[in-house]
Design a protein around this ligand. Structure first.
Ligand SMILES: [Zn+2]
Ligand SMILES: [Zn+2]
Length: 393
């Protein structure tokens, strides 16, 4: 390669590469689909999303922190979905922490809410897969069912606070959509031995009755364990691309796996960028197989456009995240004091997704950070550094 230009490399402290190039590439594929669907202004916005990235960089190579970009905020945009999921992950941690400790994450501010000792129940609530044309109604049915679910006596008796997010995946082979809720419920530590304890079966029955369906919907219930391996959880988070910021991560916080699951906001590009060829591939050392696209085979335009159209229509104008009870009180208080931003707000700041994004001093060597600007160069499919932007030391 020529030494004329420098390609963006951005690694977390633990050495994971931040996937700028992958998300930018997928955003461009989405922009092409919007253009074919004649949604031209959306196409333009997504096409330009993240075309420039400005970072604060440690001169000794310790840290690189995004300080500015032009994100488009279109709901399906893969780049913005990634940024939003980081924001949501940070937010859930902040809110859960506030509910348990009665303080903000920095431990500097007392909240007005009464903190509670909590254990976390973690539910996945589903409904039968549906056809694309039925997706909007199916999502509405689920939202309504949820509102009834949390008003049921048995749920009210156990739930001190809750958080809920909607995810929609697509079953590529069956050409069907799978909307489902990831739910977090904070319960009292005595719940597991108390008279109000609900079996998975009972939770399924309640969910079925709220959905008003004649089959038993699939429901998963997990309990976040009391004894935890924090180091392992940080690893899980990092594998999902969610970094543990300066504010850290401790046993009083929500488990890493739960946060990663809950932050799976809305929909992933795999669920609407459909390729011509798929094959089973080994995805880990344990021999787990997944049905994955052969990227070389190119985009199946017809199916991609159909999926983009279905998901764009079905998700637009909806709130996909919701809080209730104690978690809602904490969320609202943190939002009112500016400690936390609403990830679904049209003006959400997708640059500063955690507390430690905006510092100008390297946390490792205390050097002053330097600004670096990178631009997406379409012909090279890479972010390339603008040399003349580098500041003098
Ligand atoms: Zn975007
Ligand atoms: Zn440094």
């Amino acid at each position: 390669m020529s030494g004329d230009y420098e390609i963006l490399t951005d690694y977390s402290k633990r050495g994971r590469e931040r996937p700028w190039q992958r998300h930018k590439t997928n955003s461009l594929l989405l922009a092409e689909s919007f253009a074919r669907l004649n949604k031209l202004s959306k196409s333009d916005r997504v096409c330009n999303c993240g075309s420039s990235l400005k970072f604060n960089v440690c001169p000794n190579g310790h840290e690189k922190k995004l300080i500015w970009s032009n994100f488009c905020r279109v709901r399906l945009c893969p780049m913005c979905s990634w940024r939003r999921s980081l924001l949501v992950a940070h937010q859930i941690k902040q809110v859960a922490h506030g509910a348990v400790t009665g303080e903000d994450m920095k431990g500097k501010k007392k909240l007005s809410v009464q903190p509670r000792k909590l254990r976390w129940l973690f539910l996945t609530l589903t409904i039968k897969n549906c056809a694309g044309e039925d997706l909007p109604d199916t999502i509405s049915q689920m939202t309504k069912a949820w509102n009834n679910f949390v008003r049921r006596k048995e749920i009210k008796a156990i739930s001190i606070g809750w958080f809920r997010s909607l995810e929609v995946t697509q079953n590529y082979l069956q050409k069907s959509y799978h909307p489902h809720f990831h739910v977090l419920i904070g319960v009292s530590p005595s719940y597991f031995k108390g008279k109000d304890y609900l079996t998975t079966e009972r939770i399924s029955e309640l969910w079925q009755s709220c959905l008003k369906v004649d089959y038993m919907p699939i429901t998963h219930v997990r309990i976040v364990k009391g004894k935890r391996n924090v180091e392992n959880e940080i690893k899980i988070l990092e594998e999902k691309g969610i970094e543990v910021g300066e504010s850290g991560f401790s046993e009083t916080d929500l488990s890493g796996a739960a946060v990663a699951e809950l932050a799976k906001y809305a929909t992933k590009s795999e669920d609407f960028l459909i390729y011509n060829k798929y094959e089973y591939k080994n995805v880990d050392r344990k021999g787990k197989m997944e049905f994955l696209p052969d990227l070389e085979s190119g985009i199946d335009e017809e199916r991609t456009d159909e999926s983009v159209s279905v998901l764009d229509t079905s998700l637009s104008g909806r709130r996909l995240l919701a809080y209730g009870g104690l978690l809602k009180d904490v969320w609202e208080e943190l939002k009112a004091t500016g400690e936390l931003q609403d990830a679904e707000d049209d003006n959400a700041d997708l640059v500063h997704t955690s507390d430690d994004n905006s510092k100008c001093i390297c946390s490792v060597c205390r050097s002053n950070m330097l600004e670096e600007l990178y631009s997406w160069v379409p012909g090279r499919h890479q972010y390339i550094k603008k040399e003349n932007h580098q500041e003098q030391q």
